[in-house]
Design a protein around this ligand. Structure first.
Ligand SMILES: *[C@@H]1O[C@H](CO)[C@@H](O)[C@H](O)[C@H]1NC(C)=O
Ligand SMILES: *[C@@H]1O[C@H](CO)[C@@H](O)[C@H](O)[C@H]1NC(C)=O
Length: 377
């Protein structure tokens, strides 16, 4: 660990107490250092503390309900097998529009005894999936849940997925590999709901932030290979790039649901500059607000996690402020420079929750403001 760098990070976090602060997020500086260190340690796996499943003599591991994982699977470049469902401890918490703060845990094996009236047919059911070092109580994701329940007509039920033990710092490699398990667990749950509660998967909407977007990708792949159905929609909020981008088969793509949309806010591979998000487009429609690398509310010198979380803030605002303004997006635009030179004037739709109301595809650019509700028009 580079001590100078670490001190710089600490200083930056300390002096950044601006008025509305989108910048200071707990110990995120450490989080990005963890990612960096984990990735540099790939290949020297013997130095790391192997988990129960990562005995180097094991090439395949199988679990009840969700099948087997092999070392030569989609995360083969990490050389790791995922941890067990027991270790990851995934939990599902359901919330209903009738009382958005009241939570019930649901178990895919006991749906009959769960508060199943909360899963209404014909309405959309949204899952919110957190990323590395987060949990289902991460404030900005809870805010999305509350916004979806209070500001949409078509979502009556939200399930927060909690895989905090599997996503825990500091081992980013382990967390990345565990996305496969959590994705399959979500799909097993939805398939149970399909069978027991007659839920239509077309009405299921997965919203994943960072590594949570890759969880959603694995959920979408597994639903098709294992059960032969597709999710209605997946939204990737600044999908995590490290260990996914450039490894086909490992990351969320447009094949994983009927409609897949992406918001890119920290695109790049330079962790030190707060870049952690996917660069390349991967969805049916890919939004690059403010060009997709740097967001206007992020003032820190190093912008550690601010750019990354901006995807969550924008998505939330697209729900909670949809009556106030819109995130009009512009396709048919060769690059961000052309956009800033006012050469792209044709808008086909909006970024965020309403993206599926428009016939858009491909790369879309837009600018935002630097404070809530961020939208431009
Ligand atoms: C690995 O982790 C286990 C449990 O966390 C601990 O008991 C053990 O001492 C660790 N081994 C090494 C080599 O660090
Ligand atoms: C952006 O696109 C325009 C038009 O295709 C092109 O002339 C220009 O060189 C591009 N700029 C960059 C920075 O790629």
């Amino acid at each position: 660990m580079n001590l100078c760098l670490f001190i710089t990070l600490l200083l930056t976090l300390t002096v950044s107490g601006s008025i509305i602060n989108y910048n200071n997020d707990d110990d995120d500086a450490q989080m990005w250092l963890d990612i960096d260190l984990s990735i540099r340690n790939i290949g020297s796996r013997m130095n790391m503390n192997d988990t129960e499943t990562n005995n180097i003599f094991t090439d395949k591991i199988c679990f009840p309900d969700i099948g087997c994982f092999t070392r030569s699977g989609p995360m083969k470049h990490t050389t790791f097998l995922p941890q067990s469902p027991e270790t990851i401890g995934t939990k599902f918490y359901v919330y209903h529009v009738s009382n958005p703060k009241l939570e019930h845990e649901i178990d895919p094996h006991h749906l009959q005894t769960s508060p199943t009236s909360m899963i209404s047919n014909g309405k959309r059911l949204a899952f919110i999936i957190h990323g590395f070092g987060n949990s289902y109580t991460t404030e900005r994701l809870v805010s999305i849940k509350d916004s979806l329940l209070s500001n949409t007509d078509d979502i009556e039920t939200v399930i927060m997925v909690d895989w905090k033990r599997g996503a825990a710092k500091p081992n980013y490699i382990e967390a990345s590999v565990n996305t496969q398990v959590v994705g399959r667990q979500i799909t097993f749950m939805v398939n149970q709901m399909k069978n027991v509660l007659k839920l239509d998967p077309k009405n299921v909407y997965l919203i994943g932030f960072s590594l949570g977007a890759q969880v959603a990708g694995f959920a979408g792949k597994y639903s098709q290979t294992e059960y032969g159905w597709k999710y209605g929609r997946i939204s990737g909020l600044d999908a995590a790039a490290p260990l996914f981008e450039k490894y086909p088969g490992s990351f969320l793509t447009k094949d994983d649901a009927i409609f897949v949309d992406a918001i890119h806010t920290s695109a790049g591979h330079n962790l030190i500059h707060g870049e952690i998000g996917f660069i390349e487009p991967y969805a049916h429609v890919d939004f690059y607000p403010n060009g997709g690398h740097n967001q206007p509310m992020c003032h820190n010198l190093l912008k550690i996690s601010c750019n990354h979380y901006a995807s969550v803030l924008f998505f939330d605002a697209s729900v909670s402020a949809h009556n106030v303004c819109h995130f009009m997006a512009f396709g048919h635009c060769p690059n961000w420079s052309a956009f800033t030179e006012h050469k792209c004037t044709k808008s086909d739709g909006q970024m965020g929750y309403l993206a599926d109301h428009f016939h858009m595809n491909g790369v879309q650019y837009l600018s935002t403001t630097n404070s809530y509700p961020f939208c431009n028009i």
